[in-house]
Each structure stands twice: as C-alpha cells, then as structure tokens.
Write a new protein. Structure first.
Length: 187
C-alpha cells in the first residue's frame, strides 16, 4: 500500500512539474510592450569569495529602449537601444558604444532584450532549453548557450517567474554569477 501511495505522489509531482518547450513557455508568459519595476542584483565574485549588491529601478519599451537606473551603492544609468549602449553617471556620459560596429555587443544587446522581456523565440537563437518546468503558475527554465559569443562567458542561465520574469541568474565560466530579482512590476 505504501508503494502505491509513493508511486501516486511521484506521478502527481511529475505531472505538476512537467517539462516545457520554448513554445509552451511563450504561452504561459507575457511579453508586455512596456514594463517598469525595481531590481536587486547580486554579483558573486568567486576569486574573492565576495558578493557585491546593487539595486534600483528599470523601465523598457519593447524593441526600443531599456533604462537601467542603479540607485545603490552608486547611482548610475545604463541606457540600451538596438543601436547603442550608453552608461551615464549624473550628467556625465561615461561610455557610449555603437552596436553596429561590434557584432559581439549586438549579440549581448539582443540577449539582454530577449531575457528581460522573456522573448522565447529570441532566446532560442542563443540557447538550448536544458529544462523547464511549471508548478502552480510558477515556471523555471534553464538555458545552455549555443551561441559562441555567449558561451565564452556563460555556462548557463536560470530564469524564473510567473506570467512575467521575476529572477535571472547568469552562471559564468569562471565561477562568478549574477542574480537579478525583479519586484513591483507594472505594465
């Protein structure tokens, strides 16, 4: 009798955590035209065994612009479009990169937009879906890079959310990782 109960529980949990495809993830998530929210970020540096934390707010308009405003510990702004990446501190423009002159930056920009907007077709260009599950409206997806530019620095990317993306963790080849959590999301 105990074996039968265990088997039923195992089968039920397997059904609840069913594997998903990119297409199924697309069906259960939302890619709004615009989104605002807050973020908290932890960058773990393996060689130093230390974590650096930052937080702030962000906004985007799909396929147009992403504003990433870090408020703590140092205030600065990253503005990304499909053509440029600009880093500012106050009124000072620290870096401005033109993406059309650098194919690697184009890939990273496309990846950044696709990850933050959960554009699964865009992510399928760069990653193989290693695993994905859905449990009571909460999904998790593990992505393995197939793009050579991304594979140079990342081993895998873990995404979690409900209808919207709520957490991204990028695991780097050198043992470092970056974990970003999104809160107070508004469309």
């Amino acid at each position: 009798m105990n074996k039968l109960i265990f088997l039923c529980l195992f089968l039920f949990s397997a059904l609840v955590r069913a594997e998903l495809s990119f297409e199924q993830l697309n069906d259960i998530t939302s890619t709004p035209d615009q989104l605002t929210g807050q973020f908290s970020q932890e960058k773990y540096i393996a060689d130093l065994a230390v974590s650096l934390k930052s937080s702030g707010h962000f906004s985007y308009q799909r396929d147009q612009v992403m504003h990433w405003q870090t408020m703590q510990p140092i205030e600065h702004e990253l503005v990304m479009t499909r053509q440029t990446i600009t880093n500012r501190q106050g009124d000072n423009e620290l870096i401005r990169l033109e993406l059309n002159s650098n194919p690697s930056l184009q890939v990273i920009s496309g990846l950044f937009f696709s990850v933050l907007t959960a554009e699964w077709q865009g992510l399928a260009q760069y990653f193989q879906l290693s695993s994905a599950s859905n449990n009571n409206g909460q999904w998790q997806a593990e992505l393995l890079p197939i793009d050579t530019v991304i594979a140079q620095f990342a081993n895998r990317v873990l995404l979690q959310g409900n209808s919207l993306l709520h957490e991204v963790t990028i695991y780097e080849k050198n043992g470092d990782y970056t974990k970003i959590q999104f809160d107070n999301l508004q469309q």
